[in-house]
Each structure stands twice: as structure tokens, then as C-alpha cells.
Design a protein around this ligand. Structure first.
Ligand SMILES: Nc1ncnc2c1ncn2[C@@H]1O[C@H](COP(=O)(O)OP(=O)(O)OP(=O)(O)O)[C@@H](O)[C@H]1O
Length: 588
């Protein structure tokens, strides 16, 4: 049963067990609320008996008061355990759910992130988790707890007097059926509401991320208009969904109230007919009002339970994604990276690499060059198993990278990407990311080698200065130097440099390249660079055009050959002497 609950509600094993516990405590709490009814009946019975027999109706007052106080303590204890089971367990499960999702995301291949909208993922991690937290602390256990306690109370009522029992209970299945029957309607409108809200949130996040470009393109009005429309649609969808839910739920709740009327009608008839005692009628009237309250609340919460299904479904989708697995320990012959007839496509329709074979040897610098979109960055990322290839294989030191667990593999790589990611932390910690156990001295040495010192010293607190979200307060070149410092600090045997020095000015580029050349000795270096000055220093050049290796060899030979590479070198030499038609140089 635990397995089934786990599956239905996308819970961990502990979460499913806690849900059962919370439901049982809810049953106990609901039943405990019936105990005062019993006490009241006892007291009434005693008073009536005393009055009939001419005795003192206050004689039993102390024992009834003591029993009442005992019941209060019991109800308090039961509710305390219910609270603990509901809330504390739910919050633990919620934290575990988020950690579990985070852990899962960490293991997923990058292809997954390419297919999913990142703001949608963030929403799943944050708001869906919060919504489920509320559903599991407030609604789901209450729903099942109320159903079970109602069945138990119903059995008691029918056993005591089946006629009165039916008079109280007949409305329950009808009210539940009304709510459950309208589920498809609520689902439909609830899903539309969810999607409309998600579209509005996505759009808002996109606006915040791209505000610079939108302003630069003077598209603010148009973009805001689109966002307004999405917000309006979300508002309309919410109103519609609330209207549908409200109509269904209030109809069911109103129907429930009919039960009190039938209890009075049937009870009075039976009383007049002499087949029911007044005390019994009172018992059913009090019990009915007690019974309907939690049911009424449960009916109102059923919509939230239904709507949590779509969120659970989205989490399940993430949890069921296949992760990249592999061996944690392996033996490498050396650090050569060999591409052997590699085929790869981001989506099934269009291939990015076709039959790519080359080897980047240890102790050499291999440069990947070629026109934009030729597949250079893709090849470098495949070498680090960011994705798995569709055909052929890539080996590191003779071991197929697809057989190695990604984290175990990445220990061998230091990577500097075009798009540097920095964290909201100090400069020091951003560099230490390269090697967590590095001492401050080691971090400073790497920073100096990557030419960070000049700009960091100018910051208010030097290396302890906090840098804003993703280094928003730094220039492109400064961000790149921090990223290079990270790579220098990691000092891994394989170095992947994707346009690593593209944002640097000539002076800094030369200094950073000097630092890099100190780093690259005896290592496997795969660089992607557009500046031929950088490429000409490589040991081997691989020219990728349209996902295929068009040329390969040492740069001097390729220049002599007069092919694509030579053409690229010639073009760049020409472009260095270009000037804008309107610039002062051109003016007579
Ligand atoms: N994450 C991705 N999802 C889908 N397609 C992608 C992705 N990344 C790159 N592509 C596509 O794959 C092709 C190769 O891209 P890649 O970035 O490898 O080229 P590149 O040679 O490094 O280009 P550039 O020199 O402009 O950086 C391009 O057509 C690009 O649009």
C-alpha cells in the first residue's frame, strides 16, 4: 500500500508512511470531537432521569465536569499528535522533495534542460512544492481522515437507529458524488488556470532577464502589451476556475444542510409515533451538526486536492527522467581525448555533428576552428559528457566517456565557457569554486595568474567584495578572468577553453595566455578560438564545417595547403585593417 501511495502522490517512502500516520491521527481527531456529544448525552440522560425520579439534577455535576475536563485533555493530546503528524512530517517531506528534485536535476543530462523551460522548472521546484506542501498539510490527510471517520461514525449511527442514521447520512454520498462528478470540470478549468498562470510567470521572468535587449530594440511597448495580455488571461482563467469550483462546492455544501432538515422531520415523526425517545433525537441532531462540519470543509478542499494532481504529475515527470550513470572508478591510460566517428543531434531532426573523428593529445594544444554554428562548442561539451553521443564514441585515455559517471569524469576537466556563470558570493569564493579545498593563498595565486588582481584591488573590499547576481556588476573581460582563475585553480589534466579570452583586450589577453601556457604543460588542451593569433600557437587545428571535419593538421601546414583554414586566416588579416566607412580614418 505504501508503494501505491508513493506512486499516486509522488512521495518518498517516509512521506507515504507519514501520510498514513497523519490520516490515522485525523481519524482519531475527528472521532475525538464526537466524544463531547456522548458526554452531553450522558449528562442530559442523568438530568432527565433525576427530574423524572424527583432527585437532584445537580448531583452528578462533579463527575460530569471531571469527565469533561478529562475529555478536553484527551482531545488536546489527540490534536497535538495530529498536528505533529500533519505539519512537521509534511515539512520534512517537502524539504526532502525539494532536495530530491535538486539531486535529480543535478544528475540529469543537459539535453533535459534544453527541452524544458527553465522558469517552468523553477516554478515546479518552488511554487509547486509549496502548493503540495499545503495540500499535504491541510487537505489530503483531512480528506482521507474525514472519509474514514465518517464511515465509522455512520456505522455507529446506523447500528444505533438505522432510520435516524439514514435521515442524517443520505446527503453524504450525494454531496460527495456532486463534488467528485464535477471533477472533470474542475480539472479542465484548473489545468487551464495553471497553464495561464505559468505562461504569465514565464513571460515575466523572460522580461526581467531580457529587459536590456528589449529596451535596446525599442520593443518595450510591444513586449509589455504581450505580457499584459498574458496577465489578463491568467486573471480570467483564475476567475473562471474559481467560479466553477465555487459553484460545485457550494452546491454540495448546500445539499449537505438538507440533512439537518430530514433529521428533524424524520425524528419528530418517529417521536410523535412513539418509536423514538427525545434523548435519541437530540443525540442525532447534535451528532449531525458535528458530522457535517468537517465534511463541509473537506468538500471545499477537494478542489485543491484535484488541482494538486497536475503538480504531482509534473514532479513525477522530472523524477522519471533517465539520469546519466556510469562507473565511479576507472583507469585511464593517458589523457588523450579521441573522437571516433561521432554523430550527435540536439533534437532528432537536425544533426549537429556527423562522423567526426580526431584526437586531442595529452601535452598538445588542439584548436577547434570553423564558421559559426559548425559544432565546435558542441564537440567540446560532448568531450566532457554534457550530452551522450548518438553514434560513434568519445574516449578519454581509452575509456569511453559514456561509461563513466559524469561527476567522476568531470574531475579531470577544467572548463572555461564563453558564457561565464558567477554566483552571488565574494570574488574569493567565486574563484574557489574551481577547487573547494584550495587555501586563500592558492586562490590568490590563481587570481594573479589570470590577471584578476588589477580590477579586484580596485573593488571596495578586494577579494571579499560580493559580486551581484551572475556578476552583473563586472565587465565581460573581468568575468572571463575570474572564470580562467577558477580553471587555473582546478589545475585539471584536461582543459577545455571555449572562447576563453574572447572578451579580453590585447594586453590582458597576452598576459592571460602566458598564464595559460604555464598551466597547459603536459595537459590535454582543447581550445575554441576565433582569433587566429591564438589558433596559430596550437599544435593541431581541426576545422569543423557544418558538423564535419573539413581539415586537420598543424596550423602552418594548413596555411600552406591554402584551404578553408588558410582562407580564414587571410580573411582575419584583411579584417584587421578594416575601418567603418564613416570613420575619421576614411575621411579625407
Ligand atoms: N543547446 C542547444 N540546443 C539545440 N541546438 C543547439 C544547442 N546548442 C547549439 N545548438 C545548435 O547546434 C549547432 C552548433 O552549435 P555550436 O554552438 O556547437 O557551434 P559553434 O561552432 O561553437 O558556433 P559559434 O562559433 O558561433 O560558437 C548550431 O546550429 C546551434 O544552433
Amino acid at each position: 500500500m505504501i508503494g501505491k501511495i508513493q506512486h499516486i502522490y509522488a512521495l518518498t517512502e517516509r512521506g507515504a508512511k507519514d501520510l498514513v500516520k497523519a490520516t490515522l491521527w485525523t481519524v482519531a481527531a475527528n472521532l475525538s470531537l464526537m466524544l463531547p456529544v456522548g458526554l452531553l448525552i450522558m449528562a442530559l440522560q442523568d438530568i432527565i432521569d433525576a427530574l423524572m425520579s424527583g432527585g437532584d439534577p445537580a448531583a452528578e455535576i462533579w463527575s460530569i465536569t471531571a469527565l469533561g475536563a478529562g475529555l478536553l485533555v484527551l482531545i488536546y493530546i489527540v490534536h497535538w499528535f495530529q498536528y505533529k503528524a500533519l505539519y512537521i512530517a509534511t515539512y520534512i517531506e517537502s524539504a526532502n522533495r525539494r532536495i530530491g528534485l535538486g539531486e535529480k536535476l543535478r544528475q540529469l543530462p543537459l539535453s533535459f534542460f534544453g527541452q524544458r523551460d527553465l522558469s517552468d522548472l523553477t516554478a515546479t521546484m518552488m511554487s509547486d512544492c509549496s502548493a503540495l506542501e499545503q495540500a499535504f498539510s491541510h487537505f489530503v490527510p483531512q480528506l482521507w481522515g474525514t472519509i474514514i471517520s465518517t464511515v465509522l461514525i455512520a456505522i455507529g449511527m446506523l447500528t444505533m437507529d438505522w432510520r435516524m442514521g439514514l435521515a442524517v447520512l443520505w446527503v453524504l454520498p450525494v454531496a460527495f458524488l456532486l463534488t467528485a462528478g464535477s471533477r472533470w470540470l474542475q480539472d479542465r478549468f484548473g489545468t487551464r488556470n495553471f497553464l495561464a498562470k505559468r505562461a504569465a510567470t514565464d513571460s515575466l521572468q523572460e522580461l526581467l532577464e531580457t529587459v536590456k535587449d528589449i529596451k535596446a530594440c525599442n520593443q518595450k511597448e510591444k513586449y509589455l502589451h504581450g505580457l499584459d495580455e498574458k496577465m489578463d488571461e491568467a486573471e480570467r482563467a483564475t476567475v473562471r476556475s474559481e467560479l466553477v469550483t465555487g459553484t460545485c462546492v457550494t452546491s454540495a455544501q448546500a445539499f449537505l444542510k438538507l440533512g439537518l432538515a430530514t433529521t428533524v422531520l424524520v425524528g419528530v415523526n418517529l417521536l410523535v409515533g412513539g418509536s423514538l425517545e427525545l434523548a435519541t433525537l437530540l443525540i442525532y441532531l447534535i451528532a449531525a451538526s458535528r458530522l457535517y462540519d468537517p465534511i463541509s470543509t473537506t468538500l471545499a478542499n477537494m478542489a485543491a486536492v484535484f488541482s494538486s494532481q497536475i503538480k504531482i504529475q509534473r514532479m513525477r515527470e522530472i523524477e522519471q527522467q533517465p539520469v546519466q550513470t556510469g562507473a565511479k572508478s576507472y583507469t585511464l591510460k593517458n589523457y588523450d581525448i579521441a573522437f571516433d566517428r561521432v554523430k550527435f543531434a540536439y533534437d532528432q531532426r537536425e544533426g549537429v555533428l556527423a562522423d567526426v573523428s580526431f584526437t586531442a593529445r595529452q601535452g598538445e594544444v588542439t584548436a577547434l576552428v570553423g564558421p559559426s554554428g559548425g559544432g565546435k562548442s558542441t564537440a567540446a561539451k560532448l568531450a566532457a559528457r554534457f550530452w551522450d553521443v548518438d553514434g560513434g564514441r568519445i574516449t578519454l585515455g581509452g575509456v569511453d566517456v559514456s561509461t563513466v559517471e559524469p561527476e567522476a569524469l568531470l574531475k579531470n576537466y577544467a572548463i572555461v565557457f564563453q558564457d561565464v556563470v558567477l554566483f552571488r558570493d565574494t570574488v574569493m569564493e567565486n574563484i574557489r569554486l574551481g577547487r573547494r579545498d584550495a587555501s586563500d593563498q592558492e586562490v590568490l595565486a590563481a587570481a594573479r595568474a589570470a590577471q584578476c588582481d588589477t580590477f579586484v584591488q580596485k573593488m571596495p573590499e578586494g577579494y571579499q567584495t560580493m559580486i551581484g547576481e551572475n556578476g552583473a556588476t563586472l565587465s565581460g573581460g573581468e568575468r572571463q578572468r575570474i572564470s580562467i582563475a577558477r580553471a587555473l585553480l582546478k589545475n585539471a589534466p584536461v582543459i577545455l577553453l571555449d572562447e576563453a579570452t574572447a572578451s579580453l583586450d590585447v594586453e590582458n589577453e597576452s598576459a592571460v595566455q602566458a598564464a595559460l601556457s604555464g598551466l597547459v604543460q603536459d595537459k590535454t588542451v582543447l581550445i575554441i578560438a576565433h582569433r587566429m593569433r591564438t589558433v596559430m600557437g596550437a599544435d593541431k587545428v581541426v576545422v569543423l564545417v557544418g558538423g564535419k571535419v573539413a581539415e586537420m593538421g598543424c596550423p602552418e601546414d594548413l596555411v600552406k595547403k591554402g584551404g578553408i583554414f588558410a582562407h580564414m586566416v587571410a580573411l582575419q588579416t584583411q579584417s584587421q585593417s578594416w575601418s567603418l566607412p564613416g570613420s575619421t580614418k576614411e575621411r579625407p
